[in-house]
Design a protein around this ligand. Structure first.
Ligand code: GLP
Length: 243
């Protein structure tokens, strides 16, 4: 595991974008595993800037997202499909037919998840997986539990996640309590895994995930076993891990 300490959010985002850019330059047909949340927004912004400057070409790239709320269609402003369009895909030359997000509109969880695993298999796996981390240690929406779940599956969101993510939903709006997420196997099979974390709030969970035991109670801890895992954090997020 490599830990890179950035001065602030901007520097973290630039470093992450540089790693993704390198992946796309080295392999123009790269399969990128992409994430939502507030953390990677700056990374996408930097990638868009380099694309506008003619430094990057996404025309052959495939984007496979981690997760989606069950019950939201792609045009819902809080859906992760909508997030990806608004923060990244609408601004670069990626082929829309090669951008994937689990189908939150499919009420048949089993079918939606098996279809997504099939998409992952057909893409040949992920070259570089970008991740954030939830306050309870979730990656994608793999919430703490008794076991690691390998395949794409439907999860019940924890109270901690519901509380953390409710800020994005307007008052009175019903927030979905379930989501479809890539499983731990899909994430661990990625050639490279890149996690981003910023801010004081993440310091404690990072310490638990990467200084504590590997346990499904802290799903991100499994990344300790990945052969090419990089964590880029700002000083605030890394303050416990590096002390
Ligand atoms: C959501 C997403 C995760 C993300 C996490 C952290 O729950 N499913 O993929 O890592 O939030 O979000 P943030 O980056 O806003 O802290």
């Amino acid at each position: 595991m490599k830990i890179i300490c950035a001065e602030n959010y901007q520097e973290m985002s630039e470093k992450a974008a540089a790693m993704i850019a390198a992946q796309v330059i080295m392999k123009p047909q790269a399969v990128l595993g992409l994430a939502t949340g507030s953390t990677p927004i700056g990374t996408y912004r930097q990638l868009i800037q380099w694309y506008n400057e003619g430094k990057l070409d996404f025309s052959q790239v495939t984007g496979i997202n981690l997760d989606e709320y069950r019950g939201l269609t792609g045009d819902h402003p809080q859906s992760y499909r909508y997030f990806m369009q608004r923060h990244f895909y609408d601004y670069v030359n990626i082929d829309p037919a090669r951008t994937y997000v689990p189908d939150g509109a499919d009420p048949d969880a089993e079918r939606a998840c098996r279809n997504y695993d099939q998409i992952l298999r057909e893409a040949g796996g992920i070259d570089l997986q970008l991740l954030g981390i939830g306050l309870d240690g979730h990656i994608g929406f793999n919430e703490p539990g008794e076991n690691f779940i390998g395949e794409t599956h439907c999860v019940k969101l924890t109270d901690s996640t519901l509380a953390a993510n409710s800020r994005f939903f307007s008052e009175g709006e019903q927030m979905p309590r379930e989501a479809y997420t890539l499983g731990i196997r899909g994430i661990l099979q990625a050639g490279k895994v890149l996690m981003l974390a910023d801010g004081r709030d993440k310091a404690d969970i990072l310490q638990q995930a990467f200084r504590g035991p590997v346990t499904p109670r802290v799903p991100a801890s499994i990344l300790q076993l990945h052969p090419d895992f990089t964590l880029i954090g700002d000083k605030e997020a890394l303050r416990m891990l590096l002390s």
